[in-house]
Write a protein of this length. Sequence first.
Lengths: 200, 144
Amino acid sequence: MDSKKFAEPSARPTRAPTPVKIVIAGGFGVGKTTAVSAISEIRPLTTEAAMTSVATDIDRTGHVPTKTTTTVALDFGCITIDRDIKLYLFGTPGQDRFGFMWNDLSQGALGALVIVDTRRLEDCYPAVDYFEQIGLPLVVAINLFDGSLTHDIEDVRWALTIADETPLITFDARNKLSVRDALLAVLRRTREQAKARTGG
Amino acid sequence: MTDEIPGLRPPSPIRPYLAGHGEDQLQQPNDPDVSPLRPYLLTSGRAEPVDDTLEIEAQILTSERGMASHERLAFEHRDIVTLCTTTMSVAEVAAKLRLHIGVARVLVADLAAAGYLTIWRPGSGLSEDLDMIERVIRGLQEIR
């Protein structure tokens, strides 16, 4: 049997860093995990998320579910901002059918970075729609896979029909500093929206 | 403080649905908490945490009470209490114990309600907290 295996830690923490988070969304293969890996100070972790709303119904009625449970991977990493703040980055698939997960993810988030691949623009529509709808500060970032933008950025903005005030940027998901700048763009947008709301 | 544990059944090494001795009970579990959904076996079928607002980035740490009583806990609870001797998020618990994030939320909320874990939550209104936003911006700018 297990014996008592805890050595009493000498300096037991009495407080923990305040966790803040930014959601990174976009279609499959668009570079979400790459972006998290590029900047995270821990090796990105993966967990699974399931369709919890379906499970709740089962509990209540005792019936066998008619829908199957969808499981999706949720990748995340983190960055220590200072002694008191830890920034978490959650990368989530942006397809419509995974919308259930966005509630949990967006609750309390500072903002969202939606990554797009100009070859598959439509993959990011559900994410953009969702974040606009709930009023979460949002930046759309075109991942430059080959280092150059093949379209005029204003054409991309037109095709995405994103709000004029939503920043549209380009970045390289493999490059740490480029990811940092994309996250900074999100936070500046968050600051702008916070000031507008608080009248500051 | 009493030893009564709100929101948590007494820890038992036997899964709830195996506890009955009668054949009827085994064949037709009448416990509404028992679900056919596999991931939620660990949570007795509950998909919603005691506190369903628990953020997946919330920081958790095993309390002294958790350390003292981990031997008496059911294995899924014990794993969490053993893991969280350093502070980490609910999401990290899920990843490290290979649990669905929803299952991890339920288990963590149970353990916290019972006083076995300490939770630090992000607090509300962070996205409008200009001081917090500025600090995160400065922190990111430090990255070279």
